[in-house]
Structure formats: C-alpha cells, structure tokens
Design a binder for this molecule. Structure first.
Ligand SMILES: [Zn+2]
Length: 379
C-alpha cells in the first residue's frame, strides 16, 4: 500500500486508522487500486492529534516576557519559549533583515515575510519538536553566530543569506518522523531519497516554494548567484542529517587542521554547514533549563512515532531504544560526544568571546546532566 503514498506521509488502511484514530489525525484519500486487493480506501496519517507523553506546552501558553523587545538587537541568545506563537514569524523576519538578508537578495520585507509565512504553514504545532519554535531557535542562533565579526567576515553576503534561508527551511514540512521510520515503512519519500530522506525532502519543499513567483525570494539574483546560493543551502540542510554527523565531523576536523583557506568557496561552505549544524543541535548551549525543555519535546516526538510503530506492528526502532534508556546518561553522552566537540570546532575556526560564552553554557548543561545521572544511580 505504501507505493501509493504521498511523500513524507504515512499511508494506512481503514483498520489501522480505526486503531490509532484517537491519537492521530488521518485524512481519507481517493479510492485507489491496490495490487491483489482491488479498490480500497486508504488514509494518510497527517500527525498526532495532541501532544503525547506529558510534553511541556507550546509557547502559546508561555509568558511573553521578551516579546516587546526586538530580538535582533545585537543578536543576544533568545529562546522561542520567551515569545508568543504569533511572534515567531515576525521575529524570524526581523532577525533575517537585521542580518542583511534583504540587501543580499535584493528583495523587500514584504516578500520575505510572505515566504516565511509559507514556511510556517508547512510546520505543524502538533509535532512536538520539529515545529516553528525550533525553526525560530535555529534562525536565532544562526544570527547570534553571524553577529560575531570573526564569523561574519569569513562569509560573503550571499553565503550569509544562504545560511539564513537554510536555517528557516531546514525542516520544511517535517511531520515528526525519523529517516529510519520512513525507510522502514517504505514511504514514497524514502524510495525517492534512500539516504537523508527528510533532509532532501525539506530541500525539495524549498525548491517548490521558490518555483512560485509569489514566494521566490531569489527572483532578483542572476542564474549563477541563484545556483551558488542553493548549492550552499543544500549543503547546509544535508549536514543536519545526524546519520552523517561522525563522517562530517571527521572531515571538518581534518580540514581545520590542514588550515582553512577562506578564499576557497568549498571551505566557506564548510563553515556555513558547521554553523547550521551547531544551531540545529544547539539547545544545550542555551543552558540546562532550555536543554531540558527541548529534550522533553524531542522525546515526546519519538514517543508519537513509537505509538505509530506499535499500532502498525513494526519492529522496535532506534528511537524506542533511546526513549527507554536512561535520559540523563544519554544526554550526558550526547553533550560530551556530539554538541561540545562541534562547538569546539567552531571555536577553533572563529575564536571569539561569543563562542566562549556558549561553551560555558554547554559546560553548565553537561554538569547538570552529570549531576542528574549520578542522582539517578544513587536512588
Ligand atoms: Zn532542525
């Protein structure tokens, strides 16, 4: 039945729909012909009906302590949790404007805002982690990086714009399902993109948005600039696939040791991708409180997927193993082996006080996970 599916969605039978109807929204499809079964009604799982697993609420209910301030001023670290839902798109737009996106793309705020609203429309608030709050946080942290002269001076204006567009679109159309899951159910997207399924799908969604004149934020660029910018965006989005993390880190470390030539575009693309990855997994650099909140959301998203896996009688996925493992030990490992080495690589390439303060935050978070893990052992 999966061969008749829609990219990025889970296609199920009526029986399965009935089983999971309480927890998941499903959309009826046109009757289709299934080989060996005849005409059948099938359904698409369009997302969880509500947030499962005791996950914290979305920011609609958060106290808006910072919404009156411009998030762009000097690019201080601001978490989406301090904003209301309605602040997210204007916040992203004002950050991108302050970071120089309009001049580089030769467009006005109106077009950028329209584009950002279309991106927003492709994110579902019922997806606990990969939603517009996460997108805001990623763009916000990218702007923090780009606010440091040591980073900014190494990139050309078009590359800065590419990094910002990558941040805004890097999870475009994410439905809260992992690449492993999409592969396991043989989703159409996984057939089209056997590796980095989600990431390639997000980039494809961006290309679709750009193909409509009303949302083509690259319309004023020459063919060659457009192609170069998209090349950098594709590299940045592709780098967010965690399955590639080990290989990329090894490759980047080798480049950094050999000495980076900033006149070389491939080296600048490497910095752009590193910024993207740091921003994407940078919640721990916001300190222990934010780190806890976002981990809870990520696990809630994993649990949603596990519920679908169980309903479909699938074998246990890596996400299920992670959720069952000791949360604090897993996070301690993640912090020490993944996040901190990545930020240290950035610090080696662009030493500055800004990155030092984020490394301090990361160390605070690491200590917090370690303390919680040791308490867990005692009891
Ligand atoms: Zn992301």
């Amino acid at each position: 039945m999966e061969t008749n599916g829609v990219l990025g969605c889970v296609n199920i039978s009526k029986e399965t729909r009935d089983e999971i109807a309480e927890d998941f929204s499903c959309q009826e499809r046109e009757p289709i012909h299934i080989k060996g079964k005849g005409i059948m009604i099938s359904y698409l799982v369009t997302g969880p009906k509500h947030t499962l697993g005791g996950s914290p609420p979305l920011p609609e209910t958060a106290i808006s302590s910072a919404s009156g301030d411009s998030p762009a001023l000097g690019f201080p670290l601001v978490d989406a949790l301090s904003l209301t839902r309605g602040d997210l798109v204007p916040g992203i737009v004002s950050l991108m404007v302050a970071a120089g996106a309009l001049d580089a793309l030769k467009i006005d705020t109106c077009l950028l805002e329209r584009f950002a609203r279309h991106v927003d429309a492709q994110h579902d608030d019922r997806v606990p982690y990969h939603n517009m709050c996460h997108v805001y946080n990623v763009v916000q942290m990218l702007c923090v990086f780009l606010g440091w002269p040591e980073v900014r001076a190494k990139l050309e204006p078009l590359e800065v714009a590419a990094v910002l567009i990558a941040g805004l679109c890097h999870d475009l159309g994410h439905v809260g399902l992992t690449n492993d899951f999409l592969k396991e159910i043989q989703a159409p997207a996984a057939k089209r993109f056997p590796t980095s399924t989600n990431e390639r799908l997000h980039f494809q969604n961006l290309e679709t948005l750009l193909s409509a004149s009303e949302t083509d934020i690259l319309s004023e660029l020459s063919e060659s600039d457009r192609a170069r910018l998209l090349d950098t965006v594709a590299e940045c989005i592709g780098a967010t696939d965690m399955a590639r993390h080990g290989t990329l880190l090894q490759k980047w470390r080798r480049w950094a040791e050999m000495g980076v030539d900033w006149r070389d575009r491939s080296n600048r693309n490497f910095l752009a991708s590193l910024l993207m990855k740091c921003a994407d997994i940078g919640n721990e650099a916001r300190g222990p409180q934010a780190a806890q909140f976002w981990v809870a959301r990520l696990y809630a998203e994993f649990r949603n997927q596990i519920d679908i896996e169980r309903a479909l009688g699938m074998k246990e996925s890596p996400s299920a193993k992670l959720v069952e493992a000791d949360l604090y030990q897993s996070q301690l490992y993640w912090c020490e082996k993944v996040t901190i080495p990545l930020f240290k690589l950035l610090a080696a390439l662009a030493p500055c006080t800004g990155i030092d303060s984020l490394l301090d935050n990361l160390d605070e978070t690491r200590k917090f996970w370690k303390l919680q893990a040791s308490r867990r052992k005692v009891f």
